[in-house]
Design a binder for this molecule. Structure first.
Ligand code: NCD
Length: 320
C-alpha cells in the first residue's frame, strides 16, 4: 500500500495489520520508552486546508514519537482556485522532500487528486476530505471498539454498532460504515431522513429513524457531530427537537447494555447530539479515542513510510 485515501484501499487483513501494529505501539507508548527512532530523517507534512485540532495534533504526535521531522502547513484561507493551489502547494512540498503528506481538505476527492497526479513522491494520507472519508478516524474507532469489547484481538464479528446523527455530512460515518462492516460488525445508521444521503440504502447498514429502537441492543453507540458549517438549509425543525429525538441523554445511556460504550469523534456539540451526562458518563470512551488515535496514526505512518511490516516491529520490540 502506498497511500491511505479510503477504507476501500484496505483489505480486511490490511486493516487488522494496522490495528495489531497499533496495539504493539500503544503498549510501547505506555512504557518508559515513548520515542522510536524508526522514522528518523523522514519528513512528514501536515497539510490542513480545513480547521482541525485533534486530528492535526494527533498526526503530529504520532510522527514525532516515531522521530520524523514534522512540518505543519495550514493552508486555510487560500484564495487561489482549488486545483491550482493544491498543485502549487504539492510541488513546494515535493521540493522539500516530503515522505508523507497528511491532507485535510474541504473538497471530497482532494487527497485522491494529489495521489493520482503524483505531484509528490511521498505517501498521501487522507485526514478528512469534505463529506467523503476520514479513514484514520475509522481505524482509531475500530481500535477503541476492539480494545473494549474484543480484548484487542481479531475482528468485530458479532458486534452491533449504531452510528447516530448527521450521516449526510459525515466523512467519519462513511469510513466507519466501510471499516466496521469489513471487520464483521453489524451497523445501524440512525438519523432523521433529512440527514441521510441519497443511496444510503446501498451501504449495507440497517437504517433506523429512531435511536430508541436500537440503543438497547448495541455494543457501541457512536454519536456524530451536527455539522452546522456544512448546512446551508434547515435539516431539522429546531435544535431542541433534534436533541430530544436523536441526542444521547441520561435516559438513553441507562437503556444501553452494561458493557456497551459511547463514542464521539469530537468536537462535540454538548447539549445537541450529546448531553453532558452522555459525554461524561462511565460508558464514554471519547477521551480514549483521542489517545488511541496517536497509536493508530503511528501504525499507519510506520507501515506506509517506515519500509516495514508489523513483523519487523515485533523484532524491534524484542530488542528493547
Ligand atoms: C471529525 C472530522 O473532522 O471529520 N472530527 C475529527 O476528525 N476528530 C468529525 C467532525 O468534525 O464532526
Amino acid at each position: 500500500m502506498r497511500d491511505l485515501l479510503s477504507i476501500n484501499d484496505l483489505s480486511k487483513d490490511d486493516a487488522l495489520e494496522i490495528l495489531d501494529t497499533a496495539v504493539q505501539l500503544a503498549a510501547l507508548s505506555d512504557s518508559s520508552n515513548r520515542k522510536f527512532p524508526t522514522l528518523r530523517g523522514r519528513t512528514v507534512v501536515n497539510l490542513f486546508f480545513e480547521d482541525s485540532t485533534r486530528t492535526r495534533i494527533s498526526f503530529e504526535a504520532a510522527a514525532k514519537r516515531l522521530s520524523a521531522d514534522v512540518i505543519n502547513f495550514s493552508a486555510k484561507g487560500s484564495s487561489v482556485s482549488k486545483g491550482e493551489s493544491l498543485k502549487d502547494t504539492a510541488l513546494t512540498l515535493q521540493a522539500m522532500g516530503a515522505d508523507a503528506v497528511i491532507i485535510r481538505h474541504g473538497a471530497s476527492g482532494a487527497p485522491a487528486q494529489l495521489a493520482r497526479k503524483r505531484w509528490i513522491d511521498g505517501a498521501v494520507i487522507n485526514a478528512g476530505d469534505g463529506t467523503h472519508e476520514h479513514p484514520t478516524q475509522a481505524l482509531l474507532d475500530a481500535f477503541t471498539i476492539r480494545r473494549h469489547l474484543m480484548q484487542d484481538k481479531g475482528d468485530l464479528a458479532g458486534l452491533k454498532i449504531a452510528i447516530v446523527g448527521d450521516v449526510l455530512h459525515s466523512r467519519v460515518a462513511r469510513s466507519n460504515v466501510l471499516l466496521l462492516q469489513k471487520l464483521g460488525a453489524k451497523v445501524f445508521l440512525v438519523a432523521p431522513p433529512t440527514l441521510l444521503p441519497v443511496g444510503v440504502e446501498h451501504w449495507g447498514a440497517q437504517i433506523n429513524f429512531s435511536i430508541d429502537e436500537v440503543i438497547s441492543e448495541c455494543d457501541a453507540v457512536m454519536m456524530l457531530r451536527v455539522q452546522k458549517e456544512r448546512m446551508e438549509d434547515l435539516f431539522f425543525p429546531s435544535e431542541r427537537e433534534y436533541a430530544r429525538n436523536f441526542g444521547l441523554n441520561a435516559a438513553r445511556i441507562a437503556a444501553m447494555k452494561g458493557s456497551a460504550i459511547v463514542m464521539h469523534p469530537g468536537p462535540m456539540n454538548r447539549g445537541l447530539e450529546i448531553t453532558a451526562e452522555g459525554a461524561d458518563s462511565k460508558k464514554s470512551v471519547i477521551v480514549e479515542q483521542v489517545a488511541n488515535g496517536v497509536s493508530v496514526r503511528m501504525a499507519v505512518l510506520y507501515l506506509l513510510i517506515g519500509g516495514a511490516t508489523s513483523r519487523d516491529l515485533t523484532a524491534q520490540i524484542g530488542e528493547h
